[in-house]
Design a protein. Structure first.
Lengths: 279, 343
């Protein structure tokens, strides 16, 4: 047993990673398949990419999803910063339990429940001033902000909680107003968390099928809704091409973010060492 | 500049001794409170309006009856009867749910499928999380990123990829056929097997990340001590590592179990046509049958079933100390390359 254990763990990890990546790799490979039959290799070809580029409906849906994701991520970040500040820095206040409960609950709430309840709300408030009068872009954005707000808040919250408060205190002692302290000190320090929260909300919004299906009007079609209706009708190689493009974009983004953050982290470490060396 | 900054408070202190300054201080104080309120109120209001109130509406509609109108349910309070409101509380949709064995069965089978999927995730995820936690420190972030990276790409497309793999003429069947392991293609798509594969595949990181957050904090000295005292590694694992990782296990299990119970997309795309998952029942009830009251009562019952696991989750996520460690990773997609807490 003692001799097998060191082998068991790495092989379990390798098998798990193969399990995670095999479907994605197979999609990428078949997106370059010339044959329409997904199972037969008909030679290398980029024709599914051409077909995708000519699919107006798909492009429209993608553009709509991108706009929804941009609006969602920005809205969720604004509200998420406030919620995280309130939960981490404000100690006890009335409504704190309510707020922290409502921040964590959407994380695990089954999507069908969130979607249904939001749609019923939108139907109920139709005609009420300041509320969306018809379903479509605005209702999907509201629904997505509600969903992604939890993720964003938790990411920023964990950054705030591990941050050194003494810098803010020093600025306050020197007479800066709280708003000034937030802009000059807190915001730059939590910027990486804000950025990753924004990206997270963006991808979650871009990915959501269930909640968008509930809250979209009859004429609104987001990209996941298009993919879903296509996939239900059968496998099309066009979807493989779309998946490959998305994987490529994500990989590039994650690589850039990784490089930037590790560089920033190294700079921070260097500053810390310098600060420790010259007290 | 420095002088100006030093002047300001003195100027304020001087003022605060005189009459009008008291009012000013009070005003400032009130503004300070205003600042706090301005921070607290928007998210609180937003979540109350778009998360809490909708549930009240769902609850309300679950007590209505279906009717052919816009909106397609009867009003709960009727003002028609000359000034005095009449309360119409229909429990018919709940009676319908409990009376029809199909719904009861759908609830039970959803809980069962979610439980099996959770167990499978734990069985696959625990060794992976443990392997990462015990890997070389320089490797850990890369390995974690490898676990998380697929989940930045579309969930729908990843489920779709499994269709291509599991079909009768899909990659797996072709591989098995060419190796001579089977002689005719296995029917895997639209079976429970495919559904379990899909759910385990989609929720695996939700198990691995909280487990890793827990296992990574274990002190290796504890295991060394156990071995020094004559424990076999297997027994040391059973008596030291496993009990210590219990909070991680529970958090991971709840994070997989709760959303899996209400899963819709995976059963719809990979499961059989007769797979009875409650998320799918709710969807069909709403979109195909247009029966809003029954769909609402399905949601309310589902919520009631899930309250207990949600409370457990809340407790165990809080227990791991800072909200950071466990919760930051729980969303399944921690910040790529984000600085991990320093050792």
């Amino acid at each position: 047993m003692s001799r097998r254990r060191p082998l068991f763990l790495p092989s379990a990890l390798t098998a798990g990673l193969v399990f995670l990546y095999a479907p994605i790799v197979s999609m990428i490979v078949y997106s370059f398949n010339a044959s329409r039959l997904v199972t037969v290799w008909g030679g290398f070809s980029a024709k599914w990419y051409h077909e995708l580029a000519g699919d107006r409906q798909m492009l429209q849906a993608a553009w709509l999803s991108l706009r929804i994701a941009l609006a969602t991520a920005s809205g969720a970040v604004l509200l998420g910063i406030l919620a995280a500040l309130a939960l981490v820095r404000f100690g006890r206040f009335r409504g704190r339990t309510l707020l922290s409960g409502m921040v964590t609950a959407p994380l695990v709430m089954p999507e069908v429940i969130t979607g249904l309840s939001l749609l019923l709300l939108f139907v109920a408030v139709e005609g009420v001033p300041f509320m969306p009068s018809s379903r479509g872009f605005a209702t999907i954005v509201i629904a997505h902000v509600t969903l992604t707000l939890s993720y964003v808040t938790i990411v920023i919250q964990s950054r705030l909680a591990t941050m050194d408060e003494s810098l803010e205190e020093a600025a306050l002692d020197l007479g800066a107003r709280p708003a000034k302290v937030f802009v000059a000190i807190t915001l730059p320090l939590i910027a990486p968390a804000v950025a990753s929260g924004w990206l997270l909300a963006f991808t979650l919004s871009l990915d959501d099928l269930v909640i968008a299906s509930f809250t979209a009007g009859p004429s609104t079609n987001t990209l996941p809704m298009m993919i879903f209706s296509k996939v239900r009708l059968g496998v099309t190689p066009e979807i493989n091409a779309l998946a490959t493009i998305m994987v490529a974009i994500v990989t590039v983004f994650v690589a850039i973010a990784g490089v930037l953050m590790s560089r920033q982290e190294r700079a921070r470490q260097r500053d810390l060492r310098l600060a420790a060396a010259n007290p | 500049m420095t002088q100006a900054r030093n002047e300001a408070p003195r100027w304020l202190t001087a003022l605060s001794h005189s009459g009008p300054s008291a009012r000013l201080t009070r005003l400032l104080h009130r503004c300070g409170i205003c600042g706090r309120t301005a921070v607290i109120v928007p998210p609180l209001l937003w979540l109350t309006l778009f998360f809490l109130v909708p549930f009240v509406i769902v609850l309300k509609i679950s007590f209505a009856e279906q009717q052919l109108a816009v909106p397609p349910y009867t009003p709960l309070i009727d003002w028609a009867g000359g000034g005095s409101p009449h309360l119409h509380l229909h429990v018919s949709s709940y009676a319908y749910l409990l009376g029809d064995p199909l719904y009861v069965q759908a609830f039970l089978s959803s809980l069962w499928v979610a439980a099996i999927s959770t167990a499978l995730c734990l069985a696959i995820g625990y060794p992976m999380a443990y392997a990462i936690a015990r890997a070389d420190r320089s490797w850990r972030n890369t390995l974690l990123l490898a676990i998380v990276l697929p989940f930045w790409t579309s969930f729908l497309l990843r489920v779709y990829a499994w269709i291509g793999l599991l079909r009768n003429n899909g990659l797996i069947n072709q591989l098995l056929l060419s190796l001579g392991i089977v002689h005719e293609p296995l029917v895997m798509l639209q079976t429970d097997f495919a559904m379990y594969v899909g759910i385990v595949y989609s929720y695996l990181p939700f198990m691995i990340l909280p487990l890793y957050a827990n296992l990574e904090k274990h002190d290796p000295a504890l295991l060394e001590a156990a071995v020094d005292l004559g424990c076999t590694p297997a027994r040391a694992f059973r008596q030291v590592t496993l009990p210590l990782s219990l909070p991680g296990i529970i958090a991971g299990c709840m994070l997989v179990f709760i959303p899996a119970v209400g899963e819709f997309v995976i059963p719809r795309l990979l499961g059989g046509t007769n797979s009875l998952m409650i998320g799918r029942v709710l969807w069909d009830e709403f979109f195909s049958n247009r029966d809003w009251p029954v769909a609402s009562s399905v949601a309310i019952v589902l919520l009631a079933v899930l309250v207990a696991p949600m409370v457990i989750l809340q407790r165990y996520l809080g227990r791991d100390g800072a909200p950071g460690a466990a919760t930051a990773t729980m969303h399944g997609r921690p910040q790529p390359g984000a600085p991990q807490p320093l050792p």
